[in-house]
Design a protein around this ligand. Structure first.
Ligand code: NAD
Ligand code: MG
Length: 405
């Protein structure tokens, strides 16, 4: 990958362009018109946002979830962006992730729906900018093998993992065992319910769960932050990215979200990366890597912030974090099952079919019944995902779990 050396504009595909990460990515890309050329943008159902993005960035391709939505988008673009080829469906997502003229793929679809196009980006040797942590959690061994076999570059967008990469030894690349590193510590804000009395958690609403104190994110990751499953998924993600066992990965609560994570070295040195909670910082780091480029983020005024606090997370308040550690210890297909159960439970909570405190119960139920297998093939991963979804739906069907009963 020498995309930055010849200074031809690099081609970029943004999977999930209409989401929080997609929009932040386009904000950064728009600052560097000589450096990046948008090849493809994808969305699930949000035609309005994708149409506006297509008008502004004039990509070669746009992808919608189905033919009806694609047809509507094509109509909208007839006059303003007639050159854009509008495609539909999951095969088209895979296609635009692997196009020959694409150097960078921003993987910013939420959940398991992003797995196949993200793997395709790795298979075709792209610079993969990974926001879609669920893809790596599900298929860690396969994904990392795909990256190695095809000389892809894998750069994390999650602010914690991006921070960790920045604190790693010189010349470190993801997947290597980091020399001289004794542990890594992921920081977690604790989300909106960090101090809510545990007895009240059963009654919190999707609106409250999605009102994150520090970050403006999509609904699924916002709920994951409120349960701390987000941090659990990130622990598993960190294990794959930085080639470290679960024993060497810690989580600490840090409500200000200013220190994004830290690397402890064997000599006792601890390196951390700090910055305002603005996803354009990790996005710019990855788009510019190994160089630096301006992101548009406000400079950090540490004196104005005054205090940074740290404490141990309470696993009774956040049982999802414990479930994720268990899944990582179990290995194989266990993380894929965990992720699938969580996706079903979070959607049910957002649809007001499940109480907030039943999210970990649903996942626990699925994990108790999961038959952990080796995760050496895509079939094994997708099979575990499908079985876990069925089990989670089975849990939702038990009347006692309905909200308000
Ligand atoms: P979001 O809900 O705002 O956006 C999701 C995007 O994916 C949208 O463009 C949507 O159209 C698309 N999408 C959703 N379902 C799809 C499907 N079934 N098929 C195809 N496309 C689909 O989410 P987000 O906050 O941007 O998060 C995206 C990913 O980045 C998640 O995996 C999240 O964990 C990760 N991430 C987000 C943040 C953040 O600050 N938002 C930070 C770190 C990591
Ligand atoms: Mg994160």
């Amino acid at each position: 990958m020498n995309v930055m050396q010849d200074r031809q504009p690099a081609g970029i595909t943004i999977l999930g362009a209409t989401g929080s990460i997609g929009i932040n990515t386009l904000d950064v890309v728009s600052r560097y018109p000589d450096r990046f050329r948008v090849v493809a943008l994808t969305a699930h159902t949000d035609i309005d946002t994708l149409a506006a993005q297509c008008r502004k960035f004039q990509p070669q391709y746009a992808v919608m979830a189905d033919a009806a939505a694609a047809e509507q988008l094509q109509q909208r673009l007839r006059e303003s962006a007639p050159e854009v080829q509008v495609l539909a469906g999951s095969a088209a997502l895979v296609e635009v992730a692997g196009l020959p003229g694409v150097d960078y793929v921003m993987a910013a679809i939420v959940g398991a729906a992003g797995l196949l196009p993200t793997l395709e980006a790795a298979r075709t040797g792209k610079c993969v900018l990974l926001a879609n942590k669920e893809a790596l959690v599900m298929s860690g061994a396969l994904f990392m093998q795909m990256v190695r076999d095809n000389n892809a570059v894998l750069l994390p967008i999650d602010s914690e993992h991006n921070a960790l990469l920045q604190c790693m030894p010189d010349a470190y690349t993801t997947g290597m065992a980091p020399a001289g590193v004794s542990s890594i510590t992921l920081t977690a804000s604790g989300g909106p319910f960090r101090e809510t009395p545990v007895s009240k958690l059963a009654f919190v609403t999707p609106e409250q769960a999605c009102a994150h104190p520090n970050w403006d994110m999509g609904r699924k990751i916002s709920v994951d932050s409120a349960t701390m499953m987000n941090k659990g998924l990130e622990v598993i993600e960190a294990g794959w990215l930085f080639n470290l066992p679960v024993e060497n990965i810690r989580v600490v609560l840090h409500p200000q979200s200013i220190l994004h994570s830290m690397v402890e070295y064997t000599d006792g040195s601890v390196l951390a990366q700090l910055g305002n909670p603005d996803m354009r910082i990790p996005i710019s780091h990855a788009l510019g890597w190994p160089e630096r480029m301006a992101s548009g983020a406000e400079p950090l005024d540490i004196a104005a912030i005054g205090q940074l606090q740290f404490s141990e997370p309470d696993l009774e308040r956040f049982p999802c974090l414990a479930l994720a550690f268990e899944a990582m210890r179990a290995g194989g297909t266990a993380p894929a099952s965990l992720n699938a159960a969580n996706e079903v439970a979070v959607q049910a909570f957002l649809d007001r079919q499940l109480a907030f405190t039943d999210i970990p119960r649903a996942i626990g139920y699925v994990m108790e019944h999961a038959d952990v297998q080796e995760a050496g093939s895509l079939e094994a991963v997708l099979g575990a995902d499908a079985r876990a979804r069925e089990r989670a739906i089975e849990y939702l069907g038990t009347a006692s779990n309905q909200v308000g009963t």
